[in-house]
Design a protein around this ligand. Structure first.
Ligand code: UD1
Length: 373
């Protein structure tokens, strides 16, 4: 009988969990071919950013929890590398999977590669071409170090080829975050979160913001624009802890009846709010994709996007890092109703199956621990 392949996945933050959960489920389903080991770096540690997602996405508890917590980029990256290395030596995986573009992704990619363990990057090849964004640096390094590049949109393949990645390393598999969304859609639709919050379906805006620019004066400008818009359109804003800290220092002198500032929400409740909304204003990456599948207009408050397919085929409009454009949302919503939206290729709920197929065919190279010096 063929040896079971040991796949070790490293997650650290909220969006990593949606990207890895369906892969973990698929590897478990094919348990005669695969053994799966899950490592949580602890980059996100609040219950609302981590634990609740394990439960909702039916993800098993991590086999290893590294507990790195918050810190500067260098501190966080270094702590993950330092704590992951002995785990890799002990677990001896045949291949390591890293999803997305967060600091845990970068750190795990470096630690894995230094041990000469084959590395697979889930969501490879996305580029904003803006190296002032930490996520862009994380993507570029993870891709350069990976032997298996799992892409989810056609331009990702082009970006990787342009950076010299070998064609045979690139596998167009689709979008595992969308696997999670489609698998959970019935439960999301049954959740009824808008009514629970006193919101009328199709008549409110969802807002999320958490990128590094929330630390500066930007967030005060956004809140003032949202307060003005909320007179016309109720707004619900689940606030990431980083954004909450920024808001706490500035205070919020706004009408909180029509601008609901909530704690971070679980996956099902949040997606139910998004699915029932008129539109979403965000600086997230994943939400640009989820709104594309749900057909909900998305306004991206960022200088650029690494997910241009959500603009060309989906519902996304990039506003720039321009809070004053929030006033345009009602007009943008009216324009969005005219747009024809298509589902990007391979965003069909089967990306994890394709990843498992690639992993099953990947040649085994023997225990990594043999090559540690
Ligand atoms: C990280 C990712 C970002 C991703 C986001 C998803 C990097 C560089 N950034 O951003 O790309 O979109 O996750 O949510 O990896 N904090 C808490 N509790 C937590 C986690 C964080 O209070 O459980 C607070 C801390 O003050 C911390 C700050 O949030 O310093 C930033 O956390 P960090 O993990 O560095 O990045 P995120 O902003 O969450």
């Amino acid at each position: 009988m063929a040896k079971r392949r040991k796949v070790l996945s490293v997650v650290g933050t909220r969006p990593n969990l949606m990207k890895i959960a369906p892969i973990a489920a698929e590897l478990k389903r094919r348990g005669d071919e695969f053994e799966h080991v899950l490592v949580h770096t602890g980059q996100h540690y609040d219950r609302e950013l981590s634990e609740i997602f394990f439960k909702e996405l039916a993800l098993s508890d991590p086999d290893y929890s590294l507990g790195v917590g918050s810190g500067s980029h260098a501190q966080q990256t270094a702590a993950v590398m330092e704590r992951l290395e002995p785990v890799l030596l002990e677990a001896e995986p045949d291949v390591v999977l890293v999803p997305g573009d967060v600091n845990s992704t970068l750190a795990a990619a470096i630690a894995t590669s230094k041990l000469q363990i084959p590395l697979g990057h889930v969501e490879a090849g996305l580029r904003s071409f803006d190296r002032t964004l930490p996520e862009e640096l994380n993507r570029v390094v993870a891709d350069q170090l990976s032997q298996l590049l799992f892409t989810h949109s056609p331009e990702a393949r082009d970006n990787l080829l342009a950076e010299g990645c070998p064609t045979e390393a690139i596998h167009d598999v689709g979008n595992t975050m969308i696997d999670s969304l489609l698998a959970m859609l019935e439960r999301i639709e049954a959740r009824g979160a808008p009514a629970e919050r006193g919101l009328e379906r199709g008549a409110y805006l969802v807002v999320t913001l958490h990128r590094h620019w929330v630390d500066g004066p930007f967030v005060a400008e956004v809140i003032s624009e949202l307060a003005a818009l909320s007179a016309e359109l109720p707004i619900v804003f689940p606030v990431h802890p980083r954004t909450r800290a920024a808001l706490d220092t500035m205070g919020t002198d706004v009408d909180l009846d029509r601008l609901l500032l909530l704690e971070p929400l679980g996956y099902i409740e949040f997606m139910s709010l998004v699915a029932g909304s008129a539109g979403v204003l965000t600086d997230s990456g994943g939400i640009q994709e989820e709104t594309t599948i749900l057909g909900v207009p998305c306004f991206t408050l960022r200088p650029n996007t690494e997910r241009p397919i959500t603009v060309s085929m989906g519902t996304n409009v990039v506003l720039g890092l321009a809070p004053e454009r929030i006033a345009e949302v009602p007009a943008l919503l009216a324009a969005a109703a005219e747009k024809e939206v298509r589902v990007p290729p391979l965003w069909d709920g089967k990306a994890s199956e394709r990843i498992a197929d690639v992993l099953a065919g990947y040649p085994l190279e023997g225990p990594a621990a043999a090559k540690t010096t």
